[in-house]
Ligand binder design. Structure first.
Ligand code: SF4
Length: 478
C-alpha cells in the first residue's frame, strides 16, 4: 500500500475520541482501535494524523455498478428493483473466505482499481439512470462511514432509498448516525457461534446481534443472511441457531437467507456449498417457525420464491437475481386471498426504457455472451469516449416466452457505466450487448455477483466451480 495514492487525502473522521499523548480511539467499530500518531487502525483506512482521527477512503470506491436488489439478499423490499451498488476499500473484519478480499484488505488495493466519487456524483448517477435504490455494499460500508452518512442524506433528499448491506460489526453509536438515512439493512451474520467469529472473521459476535436488534427496533426494514460455507457452517445447527436468533430477538417475519458460498481468498481448497445442504438448512429454519426463509446464489429452485403465508399463492417468483411480481393485486395485496403481502413495493424501480430494435442508422458493435456452466452473470462495462450522449442496448435471447425488446442505457458524454446482466429465466441462453463504435466496452463473466476488481484473462484461469476469478473478455474488434 506504500506506493498507492488513493489514500493520500485524509479527511476528518467522525466518532473520534482523543486520548493522552496524541493517541486517538476510533469508536466506529467495536474494535475501538487505539491509534498512535502516524499509525492506522485494523481496517487500514482510518488513521491518526497529528493527533486527530482521519478517514483515508472518503469517496474512494470500486466502480459504481447497477445490479438488482436480490443481489443484496433483500427479497421483501421492491422485488426486482435496480440498485446502484457502491463499495469502498478496507474492512473491520478479515474473513478467511471473503468474496471481496481484493478491496476489503486494503493492502491489496491498487490505484487502478479505485474510483473517486463525490456525494453529488453518486446521487447524480442514480438519478440519471432512474435507479431508486443506492446500495452501500461489497467490502463493507462500515469503514467509509462519513461518505455513507453524507451521501445517503443527499440521496434521501432526492427521494432515493438507501440500502446498507454489511457484516455489521459496528458500534451502536455509529448505528444511531445511520438510522435517520438508511431505509433497508441487510445484515450478514456469519454464524451464531462466538468461536467461529473469532477464528474465521477476526471479530466477535455479540455486537453484530445487538446492532441488528437496534436497527430492527428502530423500525427499519431488516433482512438477515448467512453465508453457508462448505463443511464449516452449512449444517442444520447453523440454520437452527439463526432461526432462534431471528425468532426470539427480531421477529419470525424477518426474511432470512442462506447463501451459497464459492471458494475464495484463503479458502480455495474446497467446493461450492452443495445445494441439498442449503435446502435442508432452509427446512430446519422453517420448522423452527420462521415465516420466510430463502436460498441465495442458487438457480432452479422454488426456495427463492415468495408465497402467501395464508393461502400459499405464489406472489414473487425469482430466478437468480431476477424477480417477477406474479400474485399481487393492484393494491399490492395477495391476489389469492387479499391478505397484505409482506412486501414494500417501489413502483417504477424495475425496468429501464425498452425499444423493439436499436435505430438502424446507429453504428453498433454487437457482442453475444452465452451462459455456460455456473457462469450465469455478466458484468458489462461501457465507456462513452465521445463528447456527445450515447445509447447502449442489451437484451436476452433463447427464451421464446420472454420479450425480445432491448433495454436502453443512456450514457452522458465521457461517462463510464457498469451493470450486471444475470440469467433471468431457465430457458434463456445468453445476452446480447450492442454498443456504439465510439464507446469502449468489456464483458466480465462472474459467479453470482460482482467481484472486484475484475481481472484480465491472463491473470487467472476460471476453473469450473472452483475458481472465483472473473475473466475479462474484450468485445470483438477491440
Ligand atoms: S473502523 Fe474499526 S477497525 Fe477501523 S480504525 Fe475504527 S475501530 Fe479500528
Amino acid at each position: 500500500m506504500t506506493n498507492t495514492t488513493w489514500n493520500r487525502e485524509p479527511r476528518p473522521a467522525r466518532l473520534e475520541e482523543r486520548l493522552d499523548d496524541g493517541v486517538v480511539r476510533c469508536r466506529l467499530s467495536p474494535r475501538n482501535c487505539r491509534i498512535r500518531p502516524g499509525q492506522h487502525g485494523f481496517c487500514m483506512v482510518r488513521a491518526n494524523r497529528d493527533g486527530r482521527l482521519v478517514t483515508l477512503n472518503y469517496g474512494r470506491s470500486v466502480h459504481a455498478t447497477e445490479e438488482t436488489i436480490e443481489t443484496e439478499a433483500v427479497f421483501h423490499y421492491a422485488p426486482g428493483a435496480r440498485i446502484l451498488s457502491m463499495g469502498n476499500v478496507g474492512c473491520m473484519l478479515n474473513c478467511d473466505y471473503c468474496h471481496n478480499w481484493k478491496t476489503s484488505q486494503a493492502r491489496h488495493v491498487e490505484d487502478k482499481d479505485v474510483h473517486h466519487y463525490t456525494p453529488e456524483e453518486v446521487v447524480d448517477i442514480a438519478v440519471r439512470h432512474g435507479i431508486e435504490v443506492i446500495s452501500w455494499t461489497y467490502n463493507d460500508p462500515v469503514v467509509w462511514h462519513e461518505f455513507v452518512v453524507e451521501t445517503a442524506a443527499l440521496a434521501k433528499a432526492a427521494g432515493i432509498v438507501n440500502l446498507y448491506k454489511s457484516a455489521f460489526f459496528i458500534s451502536g453509536e455509529a448505528i444511531e448516525e445511520l438510522i435517520p438515512v438508511i431505509d433497508i439493512f441487510s445484515v450478514s451474520i456469519k454464524s451464531l457461534d462466538p468461536k467461529y467469529y473469532r477464528r474465521i472473521t477476526k471479530g466477535w459476535l455479540e455486537p453484530v446481534l445487538e446492532g441488528t436488534e437496534q436497527v430492527f427496533r428502530a423500525g427499519r426494514h431488516v433482512e438477515v443472511s448467512t453465508l453457508m460455507v462448505t463443511d464449516l457452517s452449512d449444517d442444520e445447527k447453523t440454520a437452527r441457531d439463526m432461526a432462534a436468533f431471528v425468532g426470539e430477538r427480531l421477529s419470525p417475519e424477518v426474511p432470512t437467507h442462506f447463501v451459497r458460498f464459492h471458494p475464495d481468498y484463503k479458502m480455495t481448497r474446497t467446493v461450492r456449498t452443495p445445494v441439498d445442504r442449503l435446502e435442508r438448512a432452509r427446512r430446519a429454519a422453517l420448522d423452527m417457525g420462521l415465516h420466510h426463509v430463502y436460498l441465495g446464489n442458487v438457480y432452479d429452485t422454488e426456495s427463492t420464491d415468495t408465497r402467501c403465508r395464508r393461502c400459499g399463492t405464489l406472489q414473487v417468483t425469482r430466478y437468480g437475481l431476477s424477480a417477477d411480481l406474479v400474485g399481487l393485486d393492484g393494491d399490492g395485496d395477495c391476489a389469492g386471498c387479499g391478505a397484505p403481502a409482506p412486501l414494500t413495493l417501489l413502483p417504477g424501480a424495475r425496468h429501464r426504457p425498452r425499444v423493439a430494435e436499436p435505430p438502424s442508422d446507429e453504428d453498433l458493435d454487437v457482442a453475444h455472451f452465452d451462459w455456460h456452466g455456473d457462469i450465469r452473470a455478466l458484468h458489462v462495462q461501457v465507456r462513452n469516449a465521445s463528447d456527445a450522449p450515447a445509447r447502449v442496448y442489451h437484451r436476452r435471447y433463447g427464451d421464446p416466452a420472454a420479450a425480445p425488446d432491448w433495454d436502453v442505457i443512456d450514457l452522458a458524454p465521457r461517462e463510464s457505466f457498469r451493470y450486471i446482466a444475470a440469467k433471468s429465466t431457465p430457458d434463456e441462453t445468453g445476452v446480447q450487448v450492442a454498443v456504439p463504435r465510439r464507446c469502449t466496452s468489456s464483458l466480465h463473466q462472474v459467479f453470482d455477483r460482482a467481484h472486484f476488481p475484475t481481472v484480465e484473462a491472463d491473470a487467472g484461469a476460471l476453473n469450473e466451480d472452483v475458481s472465483p476469478l472473473p475473466l475479462f473478455r474484450p468485445r470483438a474488434g477491440h
